[in-house]
Write a protein that binds this ligand. Structure first.
Ligand code: DO4
Ligand code: MG
Length: 295
């Protein structure tokens, strides 16, 4: 797994995190530099990383002592929607007030050949662990969306897997699906990290357990779990539609849709804490903040 962290007066360090939680500094400026170097040498990224681990010593600090940053400064984050039944049903609920005898755009997109793919975030709006996700001041129904993130190159090749939180406003989208960008994009509305698990080390990306826990005043108030085997689509299908006739940049992250939705009566509050775990990848933890109104 690849991490980035702040270290004394150095801006950022790229490092490998082993399964035993040992941290090895890598001689590359960032994740894409590592990937490109492997390509130049015609070896896998895993080979380069294992070589560093075999020929150097881990740093003395433990992973918990490090100030982790986003593992990659993704130029863009895109997201897939309504890729799990759970999401289709939740979107239908918020847009109809709970009616089941109507066909909504969410029912149609779940069954359509073309998936829902939307623009989610830019590098400046995306945060990593140890930073707070923001909630909007004009919404009364906001949730995290725990999602597997694909780190891809400009040609759509999957380089690694990360964890993403597609923060969402259910009442804004529920009022009118045309409000989607406002229900999805604002400052600190997207979190990714804390690691990128190299693609070649993931045995079955369609069998990853995802868990989301939300804490309020140190009490767990929400817990949900699901598995990527419930995904309706293939990752190649989502990427295929994303890159079609598009310009995509190295290090783009594509979120694959949410499979966990908190109970309908739940909304996030300032001071909550969100923890999203994906098996074999790690735990993405973020506090929730309602920023003070601008003067
Ligand atoms: O249709 C809205 C977006 C749904 C979404 O973000 C998801 O399913 O994860
Ligand atoms: Mg989502």
């Amino acid at each position: 797994r690849i991490i980035r962290f702040k270290y004394n007066d150095e801006d950022s360090i790229l490092a490998a995190l082993t399964d035993e939680n040992k941290v090895y500094r890598l001689p590359y400026t960032d994740f894409m530099n590592l990937v490109n170097e492997a390509e130049n040498q015609k070896v896998t990224t895993l080979f380069l990383v294992e070589n560093v681990i075999a020929t150097s010593l881990p740093i003395k600090e433990s992973i918990d002592e490090l100030s982790l940053l986003v593992p990659i400064i993704a130029p863009e984050v895109w997201a897939s929607g309504v890729t799990y039944e759970k999401s289709r049903d939740a979107r239908k609920y918020e847009s109809t007030g709970g009616k089941t005898d109507v066909i909504t755009c969410y029912d149609k997109v779940y069954d359509a050949d073309r998936p829902e793919i939307f623009f989610k975030s830019t590098a400046a709006r995306t945060i990593g662990p140890n930073d707070a996700v923001h909630i909007r001041s004009d919404s009364n129904w906001q949730i995290p969306e725990p999602e597997l993130g694909l780190v891809i190159n400009k040609d759509g090749k999957i380089l690694g897997y990360t964890i993403g939180n597609d923060m969402s406003s259910r009442d804004i989208e529920g009022e009118n699906p045309l409000y989607l960008p406002q229900a999805k994009i604002w400052k600190n509305s997207c979190s990714i990290g804390p690691v990128i698990r190299l693609a070649e080390t993931v045995e079955d990306p369609y069998n990853l357990q995802i868990t989301c826990q939300i804490y309020r005043d140190n009490q767990k108030v929400v817990e949900g779990t699901a598995n990527t085997k419930q995904l309706k689509r293939k990752y190649s299908e989502l990427i295929g539609y994303l890159i079609k006739d598009n310009k995509i940049f190295d290090g783009t992250v594509l979120l694959t849709g949410t499979c966990i939705v908190p109970p309908n009566e739940f909304t996030l509050q300032d001071g909550d804490r969100i923890e999203i775990e994906i098996s074999g990848i790690g735990i993405l933890k973020n506090d929730v903040k309602l920023p003070a109104p601008k003067e």
